[in-house]
Design a protein around this ligand. Sequence first.
Ligand SMILES: CC(C)(COP(=O)(O)OP(=O)(O)OC[C@H]1O[C@@H](n2cnc3c(N)ncnc32)[C@H](O)[C@@H]1OP(=O)(O)O)[C@@H](O)C(=O)NCCC(=O)NCCS
Length: 156
Amino acid sequence: MTDMTDITIRPLRDEDIPELTEIESESFSMPWSADDFRHLLEVSDAIYLVAVSDGAVLGSAGMRIICGEGNIDNVVVRQSARGQGIGTGLIMSLLAEGRRNGANAFTLEVRKSNTPAIKLYENAGFESAGIRPNFYERPTEDAIIYWLRDQDPTET
Ligand SMILES: CC(C)(COP(=O)(O)OP(=O)(O)OC[C@H]1O[C@@H](n2cnc3c(N)ncnc32)[C@H](O)[C@@H]1OP(=O)(O)O)[C@@H](O)C(=O)NCCC(=O)NCCS
């Protein structure tokens, strides 16, 4: 059991990548490669965070910001560390960091059957905006599209 007070959430570093690719492989049928992560360190519109405890990487979450919209493309927690609030900590930190960098709307896709992730995003305020049929491969599955839009202060 990991105590959340022992968790640090900080930007991705090159030395995190081997552990991160291992977590990807245990979590996804089409995991990101080390090169995919290395590329993120080189692009200016990417915000990528990792959760670390005792020097070990336990999860990550990231987005690209395009025209003020944060496209969240990867959220994952090591299997043995799930259900302890780390995913929630990562997504809340990612949203805060996105807002600091000018994003005021956030979007992501999730497999229709992925109950833990759906719960995580809905708890964070995301709302379903439709289905992308057969969006995922291995196995083929529909995606639910989610959006979280910050209120426009000029709206009444
Ligand atoms: C989705 C994921 C990142 C959540 O990480 P986590 O650290 O376990 O999340 P948290 O502990 O913060 O829990 C978030 C919510 O999900 C719920 N949850 C966690 N595991 C669950 C499970 N097995 N079944 C149902 N709900 C679950 C929690 O209860 C919590 O909701 P609550 O606060 O209302 O109780 C993690 O399950 C994961 O890495 N899954 C595999 C990768 C993945 O599918 N990523 C999302 C791609 S879109």
